[in-house]
Design a protein around this ligand. Structure first.
Ligand code: PMV
Length: 370
């Protein structure tokens, strides 16, 4: 099943390495956004499959721009030579692991060596997942290279589905970043065609009023994460609440899909907030009992809830860290700006926040920022 997903990239006549081809280069760039999960992927099974389905909103301003230069080699390639000119860049090992897997799936990639240039539009450790944008951008570049080598253009939706499938192997949340709007990853009876192997776009089912939601990330602390995602997922293996969590997430996916379709922001707010707090509750009730929220995280949550009770259309989500995603509809922008200025900004580290909104997904681009 897994093997056949990328078979389209193994064209009928992959080029045999020839002396003439030696040194030929292909250059590809993709800009791919991060996403914020409203229903969290937390815990995985063998084969990088999720314990539960998740739903996310793709961001716009928070993206990774990655350019890959592939150089044709006669002797076996399939190696990354450098990332941002460095041969020991911190991302290199993760990218190379993914490349090794991809070469098994798409052998033609083994005829190249790769140089990668990558940069994020947002700072590190601010509550925006750089693995989601970074891994998806890298995979999109490699698949575009494979597509070009094989000479047959693959229809965009199909290309993205395969990019989602391959991105999943590098980072689960990355598989949701290849589509704009709202994305669902994981099998659920509520949505036909949903799968544990790749994410699917669900924006068409979403009420138009929710397709333009804003997300302002309130940076309470930019100290690097004390819990990596892979450590986090492994906490679920023997978690005492594992089965209850899986059940809860499945029900919440159904409920959230209904709220999203109806454009019911209040219901969406309730569900997303419980989800965010559940993620932290699961972390707190894991061995070691880690607390990732800071006092100001809790204070911000209180202010957001109080403001909502008074009629302001706002709610929060959290990643596995102290920073708060403040989510609100387009028509509330002016009021929310006041709310942030008067009540929230003083709770952020040096008044640091990042404005973003629901975006349209990755774009293949020319090198624009190098
Ligand atoms: O994709 P990973 O392995 O970095 O895990 C992401 C985990 C969360 O960000 C906490 C939740 C999610 O669904 O994005």
């Amino acid at each position: 099943m897994n093997r056949s997903m990328l078979s389209k990239f193994n064209g009928p006549h992959p080029p045999a390495p020839s002396p003439e081809g030696e040194g030929e280069k292909i250059f590809v760039c993709w800009r791919s956004p991060s996403n914020i999960a409203l229903i969290k992927y937390w815990g995985k099974k063998e084969g990088q499959l999720p314990l539960n389905p998740s739903i996310s909103m793709t961001l716009h301003q928070s993206y990774t721009l990655t350019c890959v230069e592939a150089e044709f080699k006669r002797e076996p390639g399939g190696r990354i030579i450098s990332v941002n000119g460095e041969i020991q860049h911190p991302f290199l090992l993760k990218m190379e692991k993914l490349l090794i897997w991809l070469v098994q799936e798409i052998p033609v990639l083994g005829n190249f060596i790769f140089r990668v240039e990558t940069s994020n539009s947002f700072p590190h450790s601010t509550g925006i997942a750089s693995s989601a944008s970074g891994i998806s951008a890298f995979v999109l570049c490699l698949l575009s290279i494979a597509e070009k080598v094989n000479g047959g253009e693959i229809p965009l939706l199909e290309f993205m589905k395969m990019a989602s499938f391959a991105s999943r192997m590098g980072s689960g949340s990355a598989c949701r970043s290849v589509f704009g709007g709202f994305t669902l990853w994981g099998k659920t009876p509520d949505v036909t065609c949903s799968s544990d192997l790749f994410a699917i776009p669900v924006t068409e089912r979403i009420h138009p009023s929710l397709r333009t939601l804003h997300d302002t990330i309130l940076v309470v602390s930019s100290t690097p994460k004390s819990l990596s995602s892979s450590q986090g997922h492994s906490l679920m293996v023997n978690h005492p609440f594992k089965l209850a969590r899986i059940r809860q997430a499945r029900t919440t996916v159904s409920e959230l899909m209904k709220a999203l379709t109806l454009g019911d922001l209040n219901r969406m707010a309730e569900l997303a907030e419980v989800e965010a707090l559940t993620l932290h509750a699961l972390i707190m009730s894991s061995p070691g009992g880690m607390i990732l929220m800071e006092p100001n995280t809790v204070q911000i949550i209180r202010q957001i809830r109080e403001a909502r009770q008074k009629g302001l259309a706002v709610f929060f989500s959290l990643d596995a860290g102290p920073n708060v995603h403040l989510i609100y509809p387009e028509e509330a922008v002016l009021k929310v700006e006041n709310f942030i200025r008067e009540e929230l900004i003083s709770l952020c580290e040096n008044g640091f926040l990042i404005h973003d909104h629901c975006g349209t997904g990755p774009v293949r681009t020319i090198m624009e920022t190098q």
